[in-house]
Design a protein around this ligand. Structure first.
Ligand code: NAG
Ligand code: NAG
Ligand code: NAG
Length: 366
C-alpha cells in the first residue's frame, strides 16, 4: 500500500515536470512559425474609399499578396506596446469635395491629434508605448497610389494592406489590419478608429488600465439597431433571415472600437472562410465577438458628441458615423477649450468613468 502510493507520487511528480517543460520551455524554444512581415512602408495613392465608413455593401476586390513576405526562422524582435492605434483611411476620390478628400482628413489630423511626421511618431511611441498608424489598402488608380507614396515619404505612419480600397471591402480590411498587427507587434489592445474622429490620445493610457481592470475584450459604444430587410435601404442586410428579424445583436459603433490583444489574436487566427460576413463591418465584428465569447464593454466615452472631461473619442454621435464634416470641423474642435482640458482630472488625477447603457453580466462596475 505504502510503496504503491510512493510510485504514484513519483509518477505524478514526473508528469508535472513534463507538463511544465512542455508548457513553458518547449514552444518558446522553437520559434519556427511562419511569419508575415508588414508592408508598412511606401506604396500608394488616391482613390475610392468608404463614404460612410460604417456601412459597406457587398463583396471585396481581389487582394494582392505581393506586399507580404513570408519569412522562416527570421522573426525580428516584436515591439512590446500598450496599444496599436490604426486610423482607417482611404484614397481621395474627389479633391473638390471635402467629404471624399481623405488626404485633407489626414492633413488635419496631423495638425491636431496625430503626430505630424515619422520622428514625432517615433517619439510618441517611445514615450507612451502607443504605436499610431494610418491604415490603407491599395488603389487601381496609379496617380492615387503615387500621391500616397509621396505623403508616406514625407510623413511616415502608413500601414499598407493587400486589399483593394472599396466601399465594399471594409470588413476584410479590418480583418487584414488585425492580422497584420498581430503578426508584427505585441500589445495589450488594438484601437480601430476612423480618420474623422477626434481621439484624446493622452487619455488612452489611463483608459487602457481601466479596461484591463474590467477584463474587457470588445470596447465601444454598443448599439443594436434595426435590421434593414429591404434592399431599398442603404444598410440593407441580405442575410436578415438568419438574424431572426427585428434588431441586431449588440455590437459596437464602427467609428471607433477597441479589441483586446487576446480576442484580436483569436479572430486573426481563424480561417477567413470560416467566418460569417454580414453586410456591415461593425455588425460583422460584433458577430465574431459573440462567437468567440468576447467580453463586451459599453464604453460611452468613445462616442461623445462634444469634448468633456471624460471624452476619449469625439464625433457627431449619433448624427454621423464620425464628424459630419471632418475637414472643416476637426481643427476648430481641437482648438476649443473643452478639447484642450487636461487628460486627467480631480485632485486624485484620474480619468473619470461614465455609466454604461448596457451592463453585461461579467462586468465589474464601480
Ligand atoms: C472577405 O473575405 C472573405 C474570405 O477571404 C471572402 O469570402 C468574402 O467574400 C470577402 N467579403 C467581403 C464583404 O468582401
Ligand atoms: C516633425 O514634426 C515636429 C512637430 O510635431 C516638428 O517640430 C519637426 O520639425 C518635424 N520634423 C521634420 C523632420 O519635419
Ligand atoms: C487653431 O489654433 C492654431 C494655433 O494654435 C491656429 O493657427 C489655427 O488658426 C486655429 N484654427 C482654428 C480653426 O481655430
Amino acid at each position: 500500500m505504502k510503496s504503491g502510493s510512493r510510485v504514484w507520487a513519483i509518477g505524478l511528480c514526473c508528469s508535472a515536470v513534463l507538463v511544465f517543460l512542455l508548457t513553458f520551455v518547449g514552444p518558446k524554444g522553437a520559434s519556427t512559425e511562419l511569419r508575415t512581415l508588414p508592408a508598412r512602408s511606401v506604396e500608394a495613392g488616391l482613390s475610392e474609399a468608404r463614404p460612410e465608413d460604417l456601412h459597406p455593401r457587398g463583396g471585396w476586390l481581389s487582394a494582392s499578396h505581393s506586399s507580404q513576405l513570408l519569412l522562416q526562422h527570421e522573426a525580428p524582435p516584436r515591439k512590446k506596446l500598450l496599444a496599436v492605434v490604426g486610423v482607417q483611411t482611404g484614397f481621395t476620390t474627389n479633391h473638390g469635395d471635402d467629404r471624399y478628400n481623405y488626404e485633407a482628413r489626414r492633413k488635419v489630423l496631423r495638425s491636431t491629434w496625430f503626430p505630424a511626421n515619422q520622428s514625432a511618431l517615433d517619439r510618441f511611441e517611445a514615450s507612451t508605448k502607443i504605436l499610431l498608424t494610418f491604415v490603407l489598402g491599395h488603389s487601381e488608380d496609379q496617380q492615387a497610389e503615387e500621391g500616397v507614396q509621396l505623403e508616406s515619404e514625407d510623413h511616415g505612419g502608413f500601414m499598407r494592406l493587400p486589399v483593394q480600397e472599396a466601399y465594399l471591402s471594409l470588413t476584410n480590411k479590418t480583418l487584414l489590419f488585425l492580422k497584420q498587427t498581430i503578426s508584427t507587434y505585441e500589445a495589450e489592445f488594438i484601437v480601430k478608429v476612423d480618420d474623422d474622429v477626434l481621439l484624446r490620445l493622452d487619455r488612452l493610457p489611463a483608459a487602457i488600465s481601466q479596461w484591463t481592470q474590467r477584463g474587457s475584450d470588445y470596447i465601444g459604444c454598443m448599439k443594436n439597431g434595426e435590421i434593414y430587410t429591404s434592399d431599398k435601404y442603404r444598410w440593407y442586410e441580405p442575410q436578415h433571415q438568419l438574424l431572426g428579424g427585428g434588431q441586431y445583436f449588440t455590437h459596437a459603433w464602427g467609428p471607433v472600437y477597441v479589441l483586446s490583444w487576446r480576442i484580436a489574436r483569436e479572430v486573426s487566427q481563424l480561417n477567413p472562410n470560416s467566418l460569417r460576413f454580414f453586410n456591415n463591418e461593425d455588425v460583422t465584428v460584433g458577430g465574431w465577438m459573440l462567437a468567440l465569447n468576447g467580453r463586451h464593454d459599453d464604453e460611452r466615452r468613445l462616442c461623445e458628441p462634444i469634448c468633456t472631461d471624460t471624452s476619449i473619442a469625439v464625433y457627431d454621435y449619433p448624427r454621423c458615423a464620425g464628424l459630419c464634416e471632418p475637414v472643416k470641423q476637426m481643427q476648430g474642435l481641437w482648438n476649443s477649450t473643452a478639447c484642450q482640458l487636461p487628460a486627467l482630472s480631480g485632485s486624485d488625477q484620474t480619468l473619470p468613468q461614465t455609466p454604461p447603457f448596457y451592463k453585461f453580466q461579467h462586468q465589474k462596475l464601480k
